[in-house]
Design a protein around this ligand. Sequence first.
Ligand SMILES: *Cc1c(COP(=O)(O)O)cnc(C)c1O
Length: 355
Amino acid sequence: MKKHNFNAGPSILPREVIENTAKAILDYNGSGLSLMEISHRAKDFQPVVDEAVALFKELLNIPDDYSVIFLGGGASLEFCMIPYNFLEKKAAYLNTGTWAKKAMKEAKAFGEVVEVASSADANYTFVPKDYTIPADADYFHITTNNTIFGTELKQDLDSPVPVVADMSSDIFSRPVDVSKYICIYGGAQKNLAPAGVTFVIVKNDALGKVSRYIPTMLNYQTHVDNGSMFNTPPVVPIYAAMLTLRWIKEQGGVKEMERRAIEKADMLYGEIDRNKLFVGTAAVEDRSRMNICFVMKPEYKELEADFLKFAIDRGMVGIKGHRSVGGFRASCYNALPKESVQALIDCMQEFEKLH
Ligand SMILES: *Cc1c(COP(=O)(O)O)cnc(C)c1O
């Protein structure tokens, strides 16, 4: 049976990326050696990092005075590296979910943290809009897509202070005006690569402004200066990321990814709104295109486990909702074909007929 992969992360990647990574693991560039058993400084690996950086810059139209670096540690390590590198006195955070809250917790160890707004009381079903960013904050931190709660900030905000964004789960799903940020980061395992690599886009002149000592490995400058080669980078995930970036370019770039994301999200939200059994959990205007969360309407609540089984039996993978929301979550990342969304919709319609 065909599987439809709605996993939230790690998640679906283009089939050709997986096949070509597998080939490189068996025999890298006809060298008779595996990608896993060559030096990261080998002359035929350096072009991979260079191409990945160049594609990042090209696809997101990144201005020249920014660097792109690849690190380990996941987005979770960035929660600490961001304040380490940018927080001198005060930082502002928008609390839109579990990941935003974790980012805020780390920052508190480095200075004053102002929570400008929070939707915690509403179980993060919306993205707050009315708030004031303190003009004396060193930066304003946002999470553009709230993977767990299914809300998304789909525009680049205007802010009186530099913006830092966690884009783990919506990077490359829309064009971004990078010049509005000093730093954009994310774990690659949602929309780009297998787990193990973190991407960081950083404005060069935003570095070096804090007075504290920054441990070498946690200092962005170290990795900028060494082109992500200060220590051994995650070679295989970087290779896969490079292939995904090539794939995005071949498909028509981020504008085309956005078009597809809107098309898929409109299809699925359309069915959620039409179907008598289901209801979406996120405020309509903040609905994520990447992680689509829905539950059974209260009067059909007892059917939740039945629908989950019904869908799994028909090849749906990873649609069980996160425990903090319940119900269902269909993650519709770039590599998920429209046909998979249609297959889920068919399931929802068939199940509706039975009840
Ligand atoms: C998954 C996720 C994280 C955590 O990423 P790790 O790489 O596992 O540390 C952080 N932020 C967002 C928005 C995420 O979706």
